[in-house]
Design a protein around this ligand. Structure first.
Ligand code: PXL
Length: 281
């Protein structure tokens, strides 16, 4: 059984980060250790007055204990990190536990051209340093532009714009770069991938559903890692992640009152079907 560790916050209500990563990776058959970076009463999008307990001081003692066991992981997956100090601790964590692990960084910081509440303007440049160490990064366009300090274009951009961003992200040092939320047509949304040792950009699209739900980036990232840990290629893992995210959003919008995140749980059987189909190909 493959074992990964994912390091991100617990938002107690409003599914995202760990409350998405854990069920998805477990359903895909992957043992998942966690380090919570913070505990919030809800996620920070669409709620006000949420609590935020920073757990930075706990991360290193947890890692030190694990070193004494010792533990090792096939992948280290970082998501929402709440402070610059946590970024520095993650760099050390990669050095301590990353020897044979796939270093998978989702630089969760913002969406639709804006950083999420609580992130200082210089945070993206520090996140770029962590991305430089990664085997795979999965920023959305907002996060990519913030890390590169290039203008964010919401829609109507060209392939050259996307491919220039991919080139610049890879030049940071990340081996494989996945850009999410890429759309060249009103009805299609997907990803662009620039892999190590290959200059040909791979694109994969599905239906663009004109609604924005929280936690979809975490759902996507968890499925990508789940696919990889099931020995699928990065391209196949991305296909599953895009298709499952769309399936979950489509399912969620059948309930117009549901706004907190996606109803992905009821779609997990479909995820396992996709995994089985791709595994047999
Ligand atoms: O889904 C990303 C995410 C993770 N963690 C927290 C968030 C968000 C997005 O809003 O607020 C706390």
């Amino acid at each position: 059984m493959k074992k990964v560790v994912t390091i991100q916050d617990i938002s107690c209500f409003g599914k995202c980060s760990l409350t998405v990563a854990l069920p998805i990776l477990s359903a895909m058959g992957i043992e998942t250790a966690i380090i919570p970076t913070a505990i919030l009463s809800t996620h920070t999008g669409g709620f006000t007055g949420y609590t935020f307990r920073d757990l930075t001081e706990d991360i290193k003692p947890i890692a030190d204990h694990w070193k004494s066991i010792p533990l090792s992981f096939q992948a280290i997956y970082t998501g929402y990190l709440g402070s610059s100090k946590q970024l520095a601790i993650m760099e050390q964590f990669f050095d301590d536990f990353g020897d044979k692990a796939c270093l998978f960084v989702d630089p969760v910081m913002g969406d639709k051209g804006k950083l999420y509440a609580g992130f200082a303007p210089d945070f993206p440049l520090q996140m770029a340093r962590l991305c430089a160490k990664a085997d795979i990064i999965v920023p959305n366009l907002t996060e990519a532009c913030a890390m590169l300090n290039v203008p964010y274009i919401d829609e109507g951009y060209t392939k050259e714009y996307i491919e220039d961003i991919l080139d610049k992200l890879r030049a940071l040092g990340a081996k494989n770069v996945v850009l999410t939320g890429v759309s060249f047509q009103p009805d299609a949304l997907g990803i662009a991938l620039l892999q190590e040792d290959c200059d040909q950009v791979y694109y994969y699209f599905n239906e663009k559903i004109p609604i924005s739900l929280h936690g979809t980036g975490d759902l996507f990232a968890s499925c990508v890692l789940g696919g990889l840990m099931n020995d699928l290629s990065l391209q196949k893992s991305l296909q599953i992640a895009v298709d499952f995210t769309v399936t979950s959003i489509r399912h969620t919008i059948t309930d117009p009152d549901y706004r907190y995140s996606t109803k992905f749980e009821e779609c997990i059987p479909a995820l396992l079907d996709m995994l089985a189909k791709h595994s047999n190909q």
